[in-house]
Ligand binder design. Structure first.
Ligand code: CP
Length: 307
């Protein structure tokens, strides 16, 4: 069996054949989302609970749409509406929900490692929907799906990641995934926004965008993660935009078929200019479309593996 895991916690743990299997399944399930009746009975009778203890637009909505299109029943818990506000621990919340016999928990939490700790303490399948600065595996999978859709392959591509790499779980999951799949990853950011030991992960570092952009097949632009920056790491947003913003002038030196990606949410005029975000190279909304298909694939695989 190509995928026999109880949980999907990160890309770091996955084998190449497992990533391949998820992507192939996502490409085949994507067609359901263009039907007039966008629903199949695959997960009928299964129950999915979203535990989003951090803000989300894309991930929570697309997991919910994915589950509903597979006919699962879904329920949503947020920090502000849960009994966390009355002092209940996250583990107690999970154990109480577990007593209601769900099949899959989808967890987003600001503390790195939370989905891993929960997965060890519950028989329910756990999907990591983003944990602190650690991993965001479904985002990396939808990013890899989008690159493969437009480039036809992942191996041998130069993927330039620009922005706040130090605080980005999206960057971390993509670095693990893209290097496993044979892409070269190049990082470009102010030194204060680069994590240590990037080279040991197989990542090259470029200090100036101008030197990296002409070689890039894909430019993945990241938001400044202000909610995870504990101190002032930049002189100003304006200075960041001048030195590291991806704009039309810089893109004029890129390959003609370069892809511009961004996981969202975008801060227009900071890390990316509006004309680039909405321009002909941008596949940002294709990433969002593929997010539903990737999450259908993950729910299908984990739902099948549940007893
Ligand atoms: N890319 C992403 O995780 O977006 P959300 O925070 O809106 O889910």
């Amino acid at each position: 069996m190509p995928f026999q895991r109880k949980d999907l916690l990160g890309i770091r743990d996955l084998e190449v054949h497992e990533i391949e299997h998820i992507l192939e399944l996502a490409f085949s399930l994507k067609e359901i989302n263009s039907r007039t009746i966008k629903k199949v009975p695959t997960l009928r009778g299964k129950t999915v609970i979203h535990l989003f203890y951090e803000a989300s637009t894309r991930t929570r909505t697309s997991f919910d749409i994915a589950a509903k299109r597979l006919s699962a029943d879904t329920f949503s818990i947020t920090a502000s509406t849960s009994s966390l506000t009355k002092g209940e621990t996250f583990l107690d919340t999970v154990k109480n929900l577990e007593a209601m016999k769900p099949d899959i928990f989808i967890i987003r939490h600001s503390a790195s490692g939370t989905p891993h700790r929960i997965a060890q303490r519950t028989p329910v399948a756990v999907i990591n929907a983003g944990d602190g600065m650690h991993e965001h595996p479904s985002q990396a999978l939808l990013d890899m799906m989008t690159i493969r859709q437009f480039k036809g392959r992942l191996d041998g591509l130069n993927v330039l990641i620009v922005g706040d790499i130090a605080h980005s779980r999206v960057a971390r999951s993509n670095i693990w995934g893209l290097t496993k799949m044979g892409s070269r990853v190049i990082a470009c950011a102010p030194r204060t926004l680069l994590p240590p030991h990037l080279e040991s992960l197989g990542v090259q570092v470029a200090s100036r965008l101008e030197e990296a952009i002409p070689h890039a097949d894909v430019i993945m632009v990241l938001r400044l993660q202000k909610e995870r920056q504990e101190q002032k790491l930049l002189p100003s947003l304006r200075e960041y935009a001048v030195q590291f913003g991806v704009n039309a002038q810089r893109l004029s030196h890129a390959k003609k078929d370069v892809l511009i990606m961004h996981p969202g949410p975008i801060n227009r005029g900071v890390e990316i200019s509006p004309d680039v975000a909405d321009g002909p190279h941008a596949v940002i909304l294709d990433q969002v479309t593929n997010g539903v298909a990737v999450r259908m694939a993950l729910l299908y695989l984990l739902g099948q593996n549940q007893p």
